[in-house]
Design a protein around this ligand. Sequence first.
Ligand code: ZN
Length: 132
Amino acid sequence: MDIRTNSHIQLIDITTSLNQEIADTGIKTGVCLVYTPHTTTAIIINENETGLREDILKLLNVIIPQAKYAHDRVDNNARSHLQAIVLGNNACVPIEGGRLALGTWQSVFFVELDGPRRRRLIVRIIETTRRT
Ligand code: ZN
């Protein structure tokens, strides 16, 4: 899945696109692996609410503040790498009834941390037997 981001830091809700990819396979029960192959992006699962989206970006600036980082000598984006490390680069979500088995308030987000750029997301949809 290709994603074009349009800000330096950005949360993109990819839940609908993932559910569409699952629907296209016809798989009803399984696992969906969502993986970003970039070192300055992340995958998170949480609520898509405007205030919370602002709070998540604010938190990233608090836990990884502006500072002099060693990697900035190379390409001046150490902060983006560090923020990506804190959030993680993948999510693995069960599939039930042909769609992601997310909680009522959960959405899957692709997180851009050094945009705007063209990004690639790897999605693997695996059929499994149903066990509770
Ligand atoms: Zn770098």
